[in-house]
Design a protein around this ligand. Sequence first.
Ligand SMILES: [Fe+2]
Length: 296
Amino acid sequence: MMAAFTLAHLSDPHLPPLPAPRVPELMSKRALGYLNWTRNRHKYHRRETLDALVRDLKTQAPDHIAVTGDLTNLALRAEFAPAARWLQSVGDATQVTVIPGNHDAYVRATSHCFADIFADYFRSDAADGDAGFPSLRRRGPLALISLSTAIPTAPFFATGTLGHAQLEALQTLLEGLAAEPLFRVILVHHPLRSKSRIKRLTDAADLLAILRRHGVELVLHGHDHIHSTIWIDGPDGKIPAIGVPSASALAHGGRPAAAYNLFAIEPDGNGWRCEQVVRGLDEKSRVVELNRVRLM
Ligand SMILES: [Fe+2]
């Protein structure tokens, strides 16, 4: 039997340290974000934590790594080069797929930077693969379908939106894949259900309707910085949608310390077998196995 394909998932590294913004860069929503960083967030988003997590992830030698957004904090120009160097240290563009989060499109002025810098990390496989969303990358038995919910929003808002064009293209893409025996994985920054009006995916209902009709095998997201598993409706049963904590976080204010997930995926009869292993920081800041769940 073929060995299982392993997909690692981490999210929201919010790469520290934050470079000092120039004064004109603070004439925006960033002023609030900067204040929040200097007062609070720098204390619990730690580079040494992120490095420990990535070191452990590499010893697990996954077949592919998905990073679901928020590489930056305020989407300052000076944040993108360190973020690119960090991503290269995780792996090259054939081994790693990345999508943007709301912090990577924090303000309109730099909302193009993510695609400019990371296009090779989400570009569709096809020779003429363009660098838009949704994108489709095939790895082993997987179809990795990347979405972007990252749009600049008003101060105090961290919502995301897919938009009509992307939702329509997703539907077409899923129709095109229907005949193939693929393990379809959706990568999306925002969770599909949220209790917070100011942090939600505004068109989640449209995405849920598409997934109910066409199905996928797994949805991976970030944004909330917590361990989360919900089951959404698919055409042939429930689909797991799984979120991870921030990859750089120390435990704080009820939020867990950094962790990542490993999914071991293999065909099983007419379906799939998929086991989730959660690895993350323990109380002594060692990266250990925290949980193991058979999803299907
Ligand atoms: Fe985040």
